[in-house]
Design a protein around this ligand. Structure first.
Ligand code: SF4
Length: 240
């Protein structure tokens, strides 16, 4: 179904009735037909996102893709970015950097590890390095797409397929919201998709290098992100 106009908050319930529980391919096809290049996929190159990139390349390569280079990523993340560029040459990846003045001010005033001192200071770093570049990336979009899954964390258990993103005033499309971790890995293996090699070293969820660690058997899959904080605070501001 093609939308006549840009969906708004009032359309979200109707769209979830239409698309909720549908296969990811069907949701991506709908998004490509509905928005074309007006929808942008935020690819962080985690397992979910490389799977979703593959679906986009196969079904809707007109969807634009961007990534946020915070300046604090692991080498392995840059390696999978390059492998992805090489595998899908028809889907360019726009790389968004933080504003130079803001990063220079942050590090000059607060050093390189202020995010360890409090949730507020951690959110300040995420705002400069992630949230503000995200807003710039979305400035020329009508909707955005993510690889969020419902069972990734306690902060995502109620996330629907289509959300209204109040902060960015546009719909957010989550085609993998119903997928399990096993679904993601079965898809990656079956399609030989390049993935971040840190996943092979007990890193199920990967963000910036100083804010991500490996987890132990039995720990929650987001336990390695901002491990010094309580679980209910563990969002970077991109999905609040
Ligand atoms: S994850 Fe850590 S280093 Fe990355 S932007 Fe957030 S606080 Fe800063």
């Amino acid at each position: 179904m093609k939308e006549a106009t840009k969906p708004t908050a009032a359309d979200v319930d109707r769209l979830n009735e239409l698309l909720g529980g549908k296969p990811a391919e069907e949701i991506v096809r709908w998004a490509g037909e509905t928005f074309g290049p007006e929808i942008k996929f935020a690819n962080s190159f985690g397992a979910e996102d490389v799977a979703l990139q593959h679906i986009i390349a196969k079904i809707a390569p007109n969807i634009r893709v961007f990534t946020l280079d915070t300046g604090r990523l692991n080498d392995e993340t840059y390696q999978v970015m390059d492998a992805t560029r090489f595998k899908y040459p028809d889907v360019p990846i726009e790389v968004m950097f933080p504003e130079r003045d803001k990063v220079e001010g942050l590090t000059r005033e607060k050093g390189f590890f202020s995010f360890r001192e409090s949730v507020e200071l951690r959110k300040e770093c995420c705002a400069i390095r992630k949230v503000q570049p995200l807003k710039r990336a979305l400035a020329d979009a009508n909707a955005w797409m993510t690889g969020l899954r419902r069972d990734q964390s306690v902060t995502r258990t109620d996330t629907p397929t289509i959300e209204w993103d109040e902060g960015n005033a546009m719909v957010k499309v989550n085609p993998l919201i119903e997928w399990s971790n096993e679904d993601v890995w079965a898809y990656i293996k079956a399609n030989k998709i390049p993935y971040n090699k840190l996943h092979d070293q007990h890193y199920p969820s990967i963000g910036c290098a100083p804010c991500t660690r490996a987890i132990k058997d039995g720990e929650d899959i987001r336990a390695g992100r901002w491990w010094w904080e309580n679980p209910e605070f563990k969002e970077c501001g991109l999905h609040e």
